[in-house]
Design a protein around this ligand. Structure first.
Ligand code: ATP
Ligand code: MG
Length: 650
């Protein structure tokens, strides 16, 4: 195979002008989308430039950069070789295997090409799906980029998912190949992956022909099935170092599939394009995350989530930055582990989740304080509501802006955020800020479809066409794409299915999911608002509020909460205190009918509260589909608490 030519460096192309205030740029992006995105398209390399910036002839489907040919892997790797071949591209730190692996762009090029050669050897070609079921290890990144290089469509399935979840995604994606590791680890415990894969393949309707196994020597009992399973290291050695040509793809061809978290039901297979996604990644690195070539971004996400795809892999690499990937818990070997990495690699932007910060909040703040975090400029948090006590705690500790940003697997990059790379507005607790560039966000009345006034609650929607980077459709299911996102209102609008409110200054606040609203004696209350109030009580670490039927009032709020250690001794007093807190802040109508103190709350593997299961249990029902549940012990906790009776209540 022939060697690829080295690419034009980013600076050799005319970069767009991103000058102006946030307001100016945002208006430009909404009022003149074609001009705006034509400028941004210059942030990436096009083998063939786009002939048309936007084709919106078949709403709500839209095509960005029509006719342009490009490649995600080329933009993430090859393009940087000339100017920054010896700069660190990827650092993978694992507290599970007690190792740190560093790769320059040149080394990354080698790894990705060799991986791609193995894929080609196994018969994988353009358009074929490849399921990647791996922990946060370097080869997961190589595998993704190798797929992108040859035009195969990867679908990374979070390595913590059980065989059943994996089988469901295999049947939807119908992959030609599955790539896995011998094992993952959690808290020092080795979790063999191959038996899970074997069991998923046994139950899947459309199992792949081959399974490629990357072994780290963690699972001593690893057994490969002859004829089906292939050992990566052996095949790589056999093929030797190979340069694999880049497959240039039309901008709107699929690049990857990624399933939503499944918090509200059956996961949807989000399909991403090539060119639009690359441009959105490049733009967001500069405008949102304020990370320039040569700087370091650390995202604590798993590669299996949307954040992991965009800001552990594609965003930083397309942006010529250094991506830091971490395998392990935030508290092992001690709660200083992330901050030590921030110090060592001079991380500029750290991206994590409110859940993770709440975990750290249980520990001594000195684990954070003792590190030199002078390079760190921002902490971005996303994935679920950021409660004020958590935001305040970490903000005071770091003395740096803590930026809440809102997005969905569907959007692929922040939809609501502050943009420190443009102009950093003051943060406002509880608000992820403003609509990102390209997002035409509105808050509308669920019944009339009209925009609501500031201070009034409505559904957060985006006026289509959706900007580049967002999903193109639901994989092989255009009907579901329309039904799930565009069928809620008379006019064609993308519904986020989240409640929101805008204050007088334009800051948007997320109030929870539209199916998380409860109706108490005719008053509509967002469970999020009540959770926020409960969390403001000093005794509480985390809280979930659900509505359960009540003969008199229709529905009443019921609280499940975890307590700080020092308050755990007297559940009744803490529970009574919580009710008082809510009554004082939100009024008697929101006062929880019952409060249950538990040791843990059920969460999805992506760290989101599984309210639908809590609600079902609180109503004496079945917790429903538990395939995305992370901590089964928490359900027993909840059941025990319900049997024991409320710790405080009417
Ligand atoms: P599914 O769509 O399958 O039910 P999911 O919605 O949990 O799963 P994700 O795409 O991972 O899957 O999560 C997106 C949702 O997470 C948003 O719609 C919102 O409810 C919540 N979310 C994300 N970021 C924030 C944030 N900054 N503040 C409040 N909520 C957030
Ligand atoms: Mg969702």
């Amino acid at each position: 195979m022939q060697c690829n030519k080295e690419a034009s460096s980013p600076s050799s192309q005319q970069a767009p002008t991103l000058s102006g205030s946030y307001e100016q740029l945002h208006r430009f992006s909404i009022e003149q989308p074609e001009q705006f995105w034509e400028e941004q398209s210059r942030l990436i390399h096009w083998e063939t430039p786009p002939q048309q910036i936007l084709d919106y002839s078949n709403p709500p489907f839209r095509k960005w950069f029509v006719g342009g040919r490009t490649n995600l892997c080329f933009n993430a790797v090859d393009r940087h070789l000339q100017e920054r071949g010896d700069q660190l591209a990827l650092v993978v730190a694992s507290s599970e295997t007690d190792s740190v692996r560093e790769f320059t762009y040149r080394q990354l090029y080698r790894e990705v090409n060799d991986f791609a050669a193995v894929l080609v050897h196994l018969g994988v070609g353009q358009g074929d799906r490849v399921v990647i079921y791996m922990p946060n290890m370097a080869e997961a990144v190589f595998a993704m980029l190798a797929c992108a290089r040859i035009g195969a469509v990867h679908s990374v399935v979070f390595g913590g998912f059980a065989a059943h979840n994996l089988a469901l995604r295999i049947d939807d994606a119908q992959p030609k190949l599955l790539i896995t590791a011998d094992a993952g680890c959690r808290g020092g415990k080795v979790i063999p992956y191959k038996p899970l894969v074997d069991s998923a393949l046994a139950s899947a309707q459309t199992p792949p022909e081959k399974v490629l196994v990357v072994s780290r020597g963690l699972d001593q009992a690893l057994a490969l099935e002859p004829g089906r399973d292939v050992d990566y290291a052996s095949l790589r050695a056999q093929l030797g170092p190979v340069d694999v040509p880049v497959q240039w793809l039309e901008s709107n061809e699929p690049s990857y599939l990624l399933y939503t978290s499944g918090t509200t039901g059956k996961p949807k297979g989000v399909q991403r394009d090539v060119g639009g996604y690359a441009v959105a990644m490049a733009l967001s690195m500069l405008t949102v995350f304020d990370v320039k070539p040569g700087q370091v971004m650390f995202s604590t996400s798993d590669v299996g989530w949307a954040v992991g795809h965009s800001y552990n892999v594609y965003g930083p690499l397309i942006g010529g930055a250094t991506a830091l990937l971490y395998e392990g818990l935030p508290t092992r070997p001690d709660p200083g582990v992330w901050w030590q990495l921030c110090e060592k690699y001079r991380v500029r932007t750290l991206f994590s989740s409110p859940t993770a910060i709440r975990v750290l909040k249980k520990h001594d703040p000195d684990f954070i304080r003792k590190h030199d975090l002078s390079a760190l400029q921002y902490l971005f948090l996303a994935g679920e509501p950021l409660d004020e006590p958590t935001a305040l705690w970490i903000k005071q500790l770091l003395g740096k802006p803590v930026i809440d940003n809102y997005w969905q697997t569907e959007t692929g990059w922040p939809a609501l955020t502050l943009l420190p790379g443009v102009d950093l507005k003051p943060t406002r607790f509880g608000s992820p800020g403003f609509a990102n560039l390209g997002y035409n966000a509105r808050i509308i009345d669920e019944n009339t479809g009209q925009e609501v006034a500031p201070g009034q609650k409505g559904v957060l929607v985006f006026v289509p066409p959706l900007p580049p980077g967002c999903l193109s459709t639901v994989w092989r299911n255009d009907e579901r794409f329309i039904a799930s996102y565009f069928s809620h209102f008379k006019t064609l609008l993308y519904s986020s299915s989240d409640w929101a409110i805008r204050d007088e200054d334009g800051y948007i606040f997320i109030l929870g999911r539209t199916d998380d609203v409860i109706n108490v004696a005719g008053h509509r209350l967002g469970t999020r608002e009540i959770e926020e109030s409960v969390s403001s009580n000093q005794a509480v670490v985390e809280a979930a509020v659900v509505g359960v039927p009540d003969e008199l009032k229709g529905q009443v709020p019921v609280v499940f909460a975890t307590l700080r250690d020092e308050h755990a001794g007297d559940r009744a007093a803490a529970a009574a205190g919580l009710r008082k807190t809510v009554e004082t802040s939100l009024g008697a109508v929101a006062r929880p009918a019952r409060v249950y103190i538990v040791d843990a709350l059920p969460k999805t593997r992506s760290g989101k509260l599984l309210r639908r299961s809590l609600q079902a249990l609180a109503q004496g029902g079945d917790p429903g589909d538990l395939s995305t549940l992370d901590n089964p012990a928490a359900l027993d906790e909840v059941r025990n608490a319900l049997n024991r009776g409320a710790d405080a209540g009417d």
